[in-house]
Design a protein around this ligand. Structure first.
Ligand SMILES: Cc1cc2nc3c(=O)[nH]c(=O)nc-3n(C[C@H](O)[C@H](O)[C@H](O)COP(=O)(O)O)c2cc1C
Length: 354
C-alpha cells in the first residue's frame, strides 16, 4: 500500500481512538507490530485557538513512525488552518475524520455529518490537500443511514479532491456501533477505488484480520477496539499473514507484561500521578478472564503510586503461575471472543459512543 513515500505491504494499522491512542498506547502497539498508528482525532477549532491540551495531542516520537495525525472540523477555513499547524509536527500523513458519529462532532457539522454534504466534504478535502505538502487521507463510514448509503459517490469525490487513501468503517452513522460492520460495502468500495482502501470494523482477532483482507480485497486493515488490552493482535495478524498459521495465543505472562509496559509508558508521558490514574481503566481488559481478577483490580485502582501498581501486577503474575499449574487459566481465544461484556467499550461514558 502506497501513501506518499510510504510503501507497506498489507499494513495492519492502529485506528484513531479518542482517549485511547495517545503516545503511550501508540508506542505499545508499535512495539507489538502495528505498521501505522494514528493519533486521537484533534479538533481543528481547538487547534487554531491554540488550546494547549489539543496541541499536545500532536506530539509524537520518532519510534511511532509511520504515524498519521487525524483532524476533524466543519469548515474549510478551520480545517486548512489546522492542517497547516499539524504539518509542522511532521507526521507521515494527515488524515481527515469524516466518520465520527457523536453529538459533539457530527452534531456540529463535522465528522460523519459531512456524509450528508458530500460537496462540502470534498471542498474541505481539496482545500486541505492544497494547503499542505504532506499526503492527506480520509476516514469515513459507508453513509449517514441505511437509506442513504453513498460511499461510492463519496469515494469518487475524495479521489478527485486528491485524497491519497481512504479508511472505511463498514457502518453507517445511524448504526453507531450496533450490529456488525458490513464488509460487503467495503469490498464494493475497494472494487471501485483508484486509491488504497483500508478496511475497518469488527476485527477482534488475527483470524478476523486475515478474513477481512480476503473478503474485502482491501490494501490495509485497521484495528480499533480489538487492540485495547490486546496489542498482540498486530504481531499475531502479521504472523498469520506471513506463515498462514495462527499465532500462539498470548498467555497471562505476556498480558501482564504488556499492562506493565503500558503503565510505564503512561507514566513517562503523563507523569507519575496522571499516568497512574489514567491506567486504571485499562487493567480490566489486560486481565480479562484471568482467575480472581476482580480482587486484583480492586487493589490496582486504589493505588496511586505506579511502583506499587507494578508490584501488584508482578505479584498477581506469580499468583497466576500457581493457577496455571492447577489448570485454572482459560485460553486466550476463549475470553477474547467474549467481547459482549462491554469492557472494551467502556472507555467513554455511554453518551459519547463514537
Ligand atoms: C473509544 C473510541 C474512540 C474513537 N475515536 C475515534 C477518533 O478519534 N477518530 C476516528 O476516526 N474514529 C474513532 N473511533 C472509531 C474507530 O477508529 C473505528 O473506526 C471503530 O472503532 C471501528 O473499528 P473497530 O471495530 O476495530 O473498533 C473511536 C472508537 C472508539 C471505540
Amino acid at each position: 500500500m502506497k501513501i506518499g513515500k510510504l510503501d507497506i505491504d498489507r499494513p495492519v494499522i492502529l485506528a484513531p481512538m479518542e482517549d485511547v491512542t495517545d503516545r503511550a498506547f501508540r508506542q505499545l502497539c508499535k512495539r507489538h507490530g502495528a505498521d501505522i498508528v494514528y493519533t486521537e482525532f484533534v479538533s481543528a477549532e481547538a487547534l487554531r485557538r491554540g488550546i494547549e491540551k489539543t496541541v499536545r495531542k500532536l506530539k509524537a516520537d520518532p519510534v511511532e513512525r509511520p504515524l498519521a495525525v487525524q483532524i476533524f472540523g466543519s469548515t474549510v477555513e478551520s480545517m486548512v488552518e489546522a492542517a497547516v499547524i499539524a504539518e509542522e509536527f511532521q507526521p507521515d500523513y494527515l488524515d481527515i475524520n469524516f466518520g465520527c458519529p457523536t453529538k459533539k462532532v457530527a452534531g456540529k457539522g463535522a465528522g460523519a455529518a459531512l456524509l450528508k454534504e458530500p460537496e462540502k466534504m470534498a471542498a474541505i478535502a481539496e482545500a486541505v490537500v492544497k494547503a499542505v505538502r504532506l499526503p492527506v487521507t480520509a476516514k469515513t463510514r459507508i453513509g449517514w443511514d441505511h437509506e442513504s448509503i453513498n460511499i461510492l459517490d463519496v469515494l469518487r469525490r475524495l479521489e478527485d479532491a486528491g485524497i491519497q487513501a481512504l479508511a472505511l468503517h463498514g457502518r453507517t452513522r445511524s448504526d453507531m456501533y450496533k450490529g456488525k460492520a458490513d464488509w460487503g460495502w467495503i469490498a464494493e468500495a475497494k472494487r471501485h477505488a483508484r486509491i488504497p482502501l483500508i478496511a475497518n470494523g469488527d476485527v477482534w482477532s488475527p483470524e478476523d484480520a486475515l478474513r477481512m483482507f480476503l473478503e474485502t480485497g482491501a490494501d490495509g486493515v485497521m484495528i480499533g477496539r480489538g487492540s485495547i488490552g490486546n496489542p498482540f493482535i498486530f504481531s499475531g495478524t502479521k504472523h498469520l499473514l506471513k506463515t498462514g498459521t495462527p499465532p500462539p495465543p498470548p498467555d497471562f505472562r505476556l498480558r501482564i507484561k504488556a499492562a506493565i509496559e503500558h503503565l510505564q509508558l503512561s507514566v513517562e508521558f503523563k507523569g507519575e500521578k496522571y499516568g497512574t490514574l489514567e491506567m486504571r481503566r485499562h487493567y480490566a481488559t489486560y486481565l480479562k478472564g484471568l482467575p480472581k481478577v476482580s480482587v486484583v483490580r480492586n487493589k490496582l485502582v486504589r493505588e496511586e503510586d505506579w511502583r506499587a501498581v507494578e508490584s501488584i501486577l508482578l505479584e498477581y503474575r506469580e499468583e497466576c503461575e500457581g493457577y496455571a499449574r492447577e489448570g485454572r487459566i482459560r485460553e486466550h481465544a476463549e475470553y477474547l471472543n467474549d467481547h459482549s461484556d462491554k469492557l472494551v467499550l467502556n472507555y467513554k461514558a455511554s453518551n459519547t459512543t463514537i
